[in-house]
Design a protein around this ligand. Structure first.
Ligand code: PAF
Length: 280
């Protein structure tokens, strides 16, 4: 497995593979990889002859008040994870390689970016779309793999790729959870032992909402109240949002229609965590 830092090196490698008729899968990440990322890399490995993992903590998707400076990083461990999961190439650019002096173009996906995480993180999806667009242009993958844990991000990227006629299939992959249900996230590294225990409330709340839908509940307000009640029972939890929306276009609804996305964001101490479930 090779590790490169420049766009030129990635392009040369991709050109060689494409000449050989090989398909390329891309797994975009911000590093500090966990089993959730490994599952994306393994899926890409199974479906493509070549797999590229990008590791780039993208500054444009963090607001000045957020955790860009402290975002966990461990390139050595990440390289081991990529090698074990079957990646061929790690693209690990510097910020100046992705955003050289004078950079002033960005990509926004209106509508889908407005609610849920977009409401509390107004610049986040513009940064995500811009960097993912760049990565798709640099790597020109046949397929790109994203986790369902970032359900809104996935819906936005699907929309962007359709709208801009980008010739990459976007593959959404299931959430990977710890044995007790906590969704894997690089930000779980911030949690103290007490917070780690408290963080389970996100999964409990999502399960409570899902159980009601599967039991036939039709009113969105009842689902939201039930999820909020579960969250209110955890003293360390502070709710950012609890939503139930159309899973494809992120539009709110009053009566349950499928596919339904139950999504929430909750601060556990200072750490903002998200979780969700899609009821097809
Ligand atoms: O999901 C992430 O880790 C990031 O938002 C992504 C897609 C790698 C863009 O920086």
């Amino acid at each position: 497995m090779q590790k490169v830092a420049t766009i030129g090196e990635v392009r040369a490698m991709i050109q060689k593979w494409k000449k050989q008729g090989e398909h390329v899968g891309l797994v975009p990440t911000m590093g500090y990889l966990h089993e959730g990322h490994a599952s994306l890399i393994r899926r890409a490995r199974a479906e493509n002859e070549r797999v590229v993992v990008s590791i780039f903590v993208n500054p444009t998707q963090f607001a000045p008040t957020e955790d860009l400076a402290t975002y966990p990083r461990d390139l050595e461990k990440d390289s081991q994870c990529c090698a074990e999961a079957g990646a061929d190439l790690i693209f690990h650019p510097e910020v100046s390689e992705m955003y050289p002096d004078g950079f002033c173009t960005s990509v926004t996906v209106d509508g889908l970016s407005a609610g849920l995480c977009g409401r509390s993180r107004p610049i986040h999806f513009k940064g995500v779309c811009t960097v993912v667009n760049k990565l798709l242009h640099i790597v020109r993958p046949d397929r790109a793999y994203f986790g369902q844990k970032d359900a809104q991000q996935l819906a936005i990227i699907r929309r962007m790729v359709d709208d801009l006629n980008i010739a990459t299939s976007i593959i959404g992959c299931p959430i990977v959870r710890e044995a007790d249900g906590l969704a894997l996230s690089s930000r779980n590294a911030y949690l103290s032992a007490d917070e780690r225990r408290a963080a389970l409330v996100l999964y409990r709340a999502v399960c409570a909402g899902e159980a009601l839908v599967r039991g036939g509940e039709k009113k969105i307000s009842v689902l939201i109240d039930a999820m909020r009640t579960v969250l209110s029972q955890e003293a360390l939890a502070r709710v950012d949002y609890v939503e139930a929306v159309n899973a494809r276009n992120m539009q709110p609804m009053e009566i349950v229609a499928r596919p339904l996305l139950l999504a929430l964001a909750v601060f556990i101490g200072k750490t903002r965590l998200i979780d969700n479930c899609i009821v097809e």
